[in-house]
Ligand binder design. Sequence first.
Ligand code: CA
Length: 709
Amino acid sequence: MMLKGEKSGLPAIVGTMVAALLLLSGCQQTPKAGNIDEQRLLAADKDADNWLSYGRTYDEQRFSPLEQVNADNVGKLGLAWSVDLDTRRGQEATPIVVDGVMYISTAWSKVMAIDAATGKVLWQFDPKVIGAKGAHACCDVVNRGVAVWKGRVFVGTIDGRLIALDAATGKEAWSQVTVDQSKPYTITGAPRVVRDKVYIGNSGAELGVRGYISAYDTNTGKLVWRFYTVPGDPAKGPDNAASDKAFADFAGKTWNGNWWEMGGGGTVWDSIVYDAELNQLLIGVGNGAPWNHRARSAGKGDNLFLSSILALDPDTGAYKWHYQINPGETWDFTATQQITLATLNIDGKPRKVAMQAPKNGFFYVVDRTNGKLISAEAYAPQNWAYKIDIATGRPVERPEARYADKPYMIYPSGIGAHAWFPMTYSPKTGLVYIPSMHVPLTYSDDVNYERHPGRWNTGVSFLAPPEGAVPGKDPAERRANLAKQNYGALVAWDPVKQKPAWTKRQSWAWNGGLLSTAGNLLFQGDPYGFFHAYRADNGQELWKFQSERGIMAGPITYRVKGEQYVAVLGGYGGSMGMATESEWMRRPTPNGVMMAFKLGGTAKLTPLPAQVKPPFAASKDNFTPAQLAEGERWYFTYCSICHTGPVNPNLMRSALATDAQAWQAVVHGGALKDNGMISFAPYLSKQQVESVRGYVLSQASKAGAEGQK
Ligand code: CA
């Protein structure tokens, strides 16, 4: 800060000398790329120019003190630059900005360094993930970001590696395989760094893996500690890991049946937060594998540490405390969602809290000194619990929600009332802004549950809503009507009063990540391609930009040479991008793009080629009703999860479906495995593959006959 009159009071000669010295030091010391250390990360909140870690600060509030762009002038925001990406697979990363350089990860775990003021690409890194590995990604081959520390950039890859790159050149410094690559593990989450240790989790609980978090030495890449979130096969004894004691003391007893055979789940696929005040690492733990508690743990036991916030010692991985959100988890109710730290004034006392809006629809405020629940109220419509009992910390469940005797249409579902999409807490408004969703699903006990190694294993049958739950004369009509009732909401939540200050209902469900700024602004993308700015105090829309492709990722803001930028990755995908049909979106969706905006920006996006929707596949081939029924079964078992959204080809419009031989070559023979379309020979016979083709053609013909375009 400069005092008034300071400059004019200085003799001219002193000013010249200072300028000369600055110039000299500028010549001698080239600023080191990716220059982040402990002091810098601890003081990140005061470093308004930069976005040094995933959630901007260790507290992961995603609030920026910058206010050059504000509610009065945001209407003048325009594109400053853009970088076209190489794929239309989903883009979920939050960029890191260090001293004018932006580091991003993109789909297929690639990394890019970009001049944050001009958009010039400085270097690119491709870990060359084998395309077939994409079939293990439950929810697209996305990556949520990198970590930067002491001149290195760290990225987790979809095939389970953790890689350290030189921040100046993008050259690989070391690479470590962090998972058993024979199992369906993937990594989509951003690493975090504390004091020369880099932390990484993994994903794969939908397919069947055992979750854990690992700490690696940032210099050497050597494993320092590992904490498993669920117990292993008891016959094999302890793991020789940081988690052994907790499982021996109390957590192991909360499991039943042969859970280890499908891994048990509990992947740490998103939130990892360092609580500097209390020197602890808070991690969010995911759902069970399989989902169904009866199929996983004989329907008995809390199954620690599934669906929990877990506090660990960052240096040793030793257990400190846990808070379990859903004991006996059975719905894909993860507690992996963003954990945000703050000190809130509750009942007249400052309380150090961890806040989370997990999938299950309740907003949790937890005392982070001991893991005790302070308060929990529903931030989204929900029909699975009467309330959360504050004294015990446990939900009071509606018994029918466990779908034991009959199907239950539940909301939120495994899609979540909130998933990985970043939320933000503004200390200025005192509100947490949640990108929430309303996507009910009907769960039914899969009593004939068969394991399909390497594919989805939930133990749940997903049915059309039961009669009376939504309008419609038959299951197909009810399913279609249900999809039309999905929506999203931008919820401005008061974490002290545990109620919304305001809610903005949105017509889309798959709801983009959020950023709040001291300029009384909120930024958020949507699946229609718009990037919005809202007033943080009341939600009024002030500005929007059409990016031509869906935006899901968390936006950031930073400053270079005194000029403030707002940046976000565009690119639709993720689980709903793969699994849900949305006729209002471009089809197929265009490649992703990295965009930065500034006041008065006049840049233009690269024009996109005209999108032509391929016609419905048509063929004279005949199929028996038995073939069509079998095809329908396998289509919904294996195909619909990746081929319903705009990211992957719509099979009803695939020319391959008209050619039996070409269809076999791809589906059974694996001809397109390098794109992620693996061979289904381990799961389906050639006859079954042909039945799926029959079902696809019958649906294409039906859609055509109904006059769909
Ligand atoms: Ca899950």
